[in-house]
Design a protein around this ligand. Structure first.
Ligand code: UDP
Length: 418
């Protein structure tokens, strides 16, 4: 077992002491030490999935980020040791285009591989949480020789990635890691097809979401919701459709704007900001709202921390991704908020929503279908309430935080016993 909090020479000089102390620790908890590696300082779905897992392991783990940002602050706030290994050359590499820039970044990539290996040697298991983390964690494996777990959060197709990246992932998934876990069956199937790995060897562990954060905010009276809306600067009496997620073309916020034209009594609340260089898309949404003449009914809320409260301020939660969603945490959160959910029928969403049982499904990009679904819920509030209630029950059962942490920590422990 390796020590989580010592560095370089300190580790060398104190080696025998650590070994004894660690034996004691091992005896108490029996759990391995873990180094989590994530490429992003931003707060995307993969980072929200890692946050409670790292917090649950904080006594024996650390997180290394390949870029700085608000994710670091969030981890630190939960008491998880975090360090940032940012390399300017490496951070310019983008998922869609691995061209000349990647060649120029080779010295930076080698530096980063060595730096990751140095950190990794101090832990029992290395847990890779994103694609760039996969690259550095897998390529440094011959140097650190630790068991490597990769948590796949992506749909591995051309809709989301460039050819070169798919090729790299195909080989690293086959030969660079010891275990793969996927966040949904949909993600697992695309990786299985890409890399020729049997589906049975990619277990699916969906994200668990803390239902207590949603339950803590009970709004039994209409007045409570009006107060929430006042706090958020939203119209108290309007019928509000909330769309949650970063502003990015594939998340389809433009589809919701198009739908709004045919829903004159509905307001749209867009919660989220462009996280990964999608500023031009965010600007295009404002332009689109102006051109369509719906700007007075669109509320750009930006990134918000208190998602349970924002969701509970809505009448319906809509999800409009035009490409298959790997999982769709926001869809699960919508159910936990006790609001009816309308979601795009593709990818991991099909593992959350059962049409007309716990929500409504609409084909991705189908504006008319979205309009009809919103109208259907407005016309039948009892049906909307029934869907919402069933959705909450389902989400609590199928996406519990405890279940997720237990299954993940078991996976890590099994990898350590490799
Ligand atoms: N989120 C947030 N504030 C925002 C917008 C989104 O905290 O303003 C969170 C949201 O609650 C969810 C996550 O970001 O937990 C997005 O995860 P999802 O799986 O929906 O999408 P991804 O970012 O992985 O594509």
């Amino acid at each position: 077992m390796n020590a989580p909090h010592l560095t370089g020479s300190a580790l060398a000089t104190a080696h025998s002491t650590i070994a004894t102390a660690d034996l004691d620790l091992q005896g108490v908890s029996g759990a391995p030490t873990v180094l989590f590696l994530d490429q992003s300082g931003e707060l995307g779905g993969a980072e929200f999935a890692l946050l409670p897992l790292a917090a649950a392991c904080k006594a024996r783990c650390a997180v290394v980020l390949l870029a700085d940002g608000p994710f670091r602050t969030r981890l630190e706030a939960t008491g998880v040791p975090v360090s940032v290994l940012a390399d300017a050359q490496v951070s310019t590499i983008r998922r869609e285009a691995l061209g000349l820039g990647t060649l120029r970044a080779i010295p930076g990539i080698l530096r980063q591989i060595r730096a990751v290996a140095r950190e990794a040697r101090r832990y029992d298991v290395i847990f890779l949480n994103t694609q760039k983390a996969l690259v550095f964690g897998a390529l440094s494996r011959p140097l650190h020789r630790r068991p490597v777990v990769w948590f796949l959060h992506d749909i591995m197709t051309r809709a989301h990635f460039g050819r070169a990246q798919l090729l790299i992932v195909k080989w690293l998934a086959r030969y660079g890691v010891d275990r793969i876990v996927a966040n949904s069956q949909a993600s697992a199937e695309t990786l299985s097809a890409l890399a020729g790995i049997p589906l049975a060897s990619i277990p699916v562990i969906p994200n668990g979401i803390d239902a207590a954060a949603f339950d803590a905010l009970d709004l039994p009276h209409a007045d409570d919701r009006a107060a929430l809306r006042r706090r958020f600067g939203l119209p108290e009496d309007a019928w509000l459709a909330g769309l949650f997620g970063r502003l990015a073309h594939w998340k389809g916020q433009h589809v919701a704007l198009d739908a709004l034209v045919r829903l004159p009594d509905v307001h749209l609340v867009l919660v989220g900001s462009p996280l990964f260089g999608e500023d031009a898309y965010a600007a295009s949404l404002r332009k689109q709202a102006e051109t369509l003449g719906v700007m007075d009914r669109v509320h750009f809320a930006g990134f918000q921390d208190d998602i349970p409260a924002w969701m509970k301020a809505m009448d319906v939660i809509v999800h409009t991704s035009i490409d298959p969603e790997p999982l769709g945490r926001v869809v699960i959160e919508g159910l936990l908020a006790g609001r009816p959910v309308i979601a795009a029928a593709a990818g991991g969403v099909l593992e959350i929503i059962r049409h007309r049982e716990n929500g409504l499904l609409v084909q991705p990009g189908d504006t008319d279908g979205l309009v009809d679904a919103i109208e259907a819920l407005r016309r039948a509030p009892d049906f909307a309430a029934h869907l919402a209630a069933q959705g909450t029950l389902d989400a609590k059962r199928e996406f519990s935080l405890d279940g997720y942490i237990t299954r993940m920590t078991e996976t890590i422990a099994r990898a350590a016993r490799r």
